[in-house]
Ligand binder design. Sequence first.
Ligand code: FES
Length: 149
Amino acid sequence: MDNIDEIAEKLQNALFAGYSKRLKEELFNTANAGAMENPDSHVRITGVCGDTIEMFLGIRDEKIDDVKFLTDGCGFTVACANYVARTAKGKSIEEAFGIEQDEVDRYFEGLPEEHKHCAKLAVITLRALLEKYRSKPNPAKPSNANNGK
Ligand code: FES
């Protein structure tokens, strides 16, 4: 009989077939998963497959302080949403708009064809989150005091 480590490894390989090394690493380190209390922006977007990502934005001094997400989607979606959320952190709103689906796909060493839309859903959700924040009547601009050149 196989020992327990071999069985665990076989199960993991079967479960994560088609997942690149980076994808697995991202899945095991989903620090950005979860909800956020009193976010500066919040959206829920459903993709073509019927899965949904909910995203929360925290802004401080005109920079993205944090992005959190919840999803009922597949493992690829969890990894893509986490990548997008952690990559947006520390960027300005405009810089975060520059995060592209191709970048996510490249980072994960090429998502399987049937899961390219998971990266698209993560990027679309981030952009909707940023757009909603940007369209707020008075987004907080606490460090704008020295703009009167
Ligand atoms: S399969 Fe639906 S977003 Fe991944």
